[in-house]
Design a protein around this ligand. Structure first.
Ligand SMILES: Nc1ncnc2c1ncn2[C@@H]1O[C@H](COP(=O)(O)OP(=O)(O)OP(=O)(O)O)[C@@H](O)[C@H]1O
Ligand SMILES: [Mg+2]
Length: 254
């Protein structure tokens, strides 16, 4: 069973006035089949954690370790991480001008699977995945995220998730900006992938809305660049009621 182990992770970004430490000792273990929700105030470092795990070059790891099945993830290139089974759905998906969704997905699948999927099977696979996410087939020929609405971008992220079948899926605010129907459709997509029992999910969210569809095994409070409390699904309700003040007070954040 695949296990992602994050130990005492410290990450800095290069700010104008020098390096700034954002992650200050993150400890988290995610196993295949588990779902972990991460909730926390704006600016606490949740996206930084997501990007650091995916290998974004802007973030410098200054301490700690990340192991996937004992393999050092931090030593891997972005491509190697994807091939090892780490997937990131970004909070703000980027446009890829001149590359169609269909080509993008096939290239990604080829990289992850190690060989190009057979064209005819692939076309069918994409069609089915798009249909289950209620995406207009015309999207396959549009350029990635170019002119996509917020909700369309999020669906496209989940389309990738369904097709790439990672071991560890990091979903950074995949629920934000979705209308009620889209939230349900996207959640169903995530649940289809989860139901295989083969993916460990790290779900960054601000809202308990999505947790009505996707029951987390664990909820973690993220504040000041690290996890300050962990609990079960009930912790999300407490956060919704009480907010994060008790965690941020005392200077944990800045
Ligand atoms: N390149 C950068 N230069 C300076 N500061 C940065 C840079 N990148 C991130 N930060 C800072 O790091 C902190 C954490 O940002 P991050 O995006 O990880 O927060 P977040 O928890 O995802 O917040 P949100 O809930 O608003 O998405 C913020 O204060 C942000 O301004
Ligand atoms: Mg964020």
């Amino acid at each position: 069973m695949a296990t992602l182990e994050i130990r005492d992770l410290h990450v800095s970004v290069e700010a104008e006035n020098g390096p700034r430490e954002i992650l200050r000792g993150v400890d988290l273990t995610v196993k295949q089949g588990e779902t972990h929700a991460i909730m926390g105030p704006n600016g606490s470092g949740k996206s930084t954690l997501a990007y650091s795990l995916a290998g974004h070059p802007k973030y410098t790891v200054t301490g700690g370790s990340v192991l996937l099945d004992g393999e050092d993830v931090l030593e891997m290139s972005v491509d190697e991480r994807a091939r090892a089974g780490v997937f990131l759905a970004m909070q703000y998906p980027v446009e890829v001008p001149g590359v169609s969704v269909s080509n993008f997905l096939r290239t990604a699948a080829t990289a992850v699977r190690g060989e190009a999927p057979k064209l005819r099977l692939w076309v069918k696979e994409v069609k089915e995945a798009m249909a289950s996410l209620q995406m207009d087939p015309a999207f396959a020929e549009r350029n990635v995220n170019e002119g996509f609405s917020g909700g369309e971008k999020k669906r496209h992220e989940i389309l990738q998730l369904e097709l790439l079948k990672p071991k560890i899926a990091i979903l950074d605010e995949t629920d934000s900006g979705l209308d009620v129907d889209a939230l349900r459709i996207v959640s169903e997509g995530i649940n289809r992938v989860r139901s295989t029992g083969e993916v460990g999910t790290l779900l960054v969210t601000h809202y308990t809305r999505i947790l009505r569809y996707i029951k987390p095994d664990y909820v973690h409070v993220f504040a000041g660049g690290r996890i300050v409390e962990s609990g079960g699904a009930e912790l999300a309700d407490k956060l919704e009621e009480e907010g994060y003040e008790s965690y941020v007070k005392g200077g944990a954040s800045e």
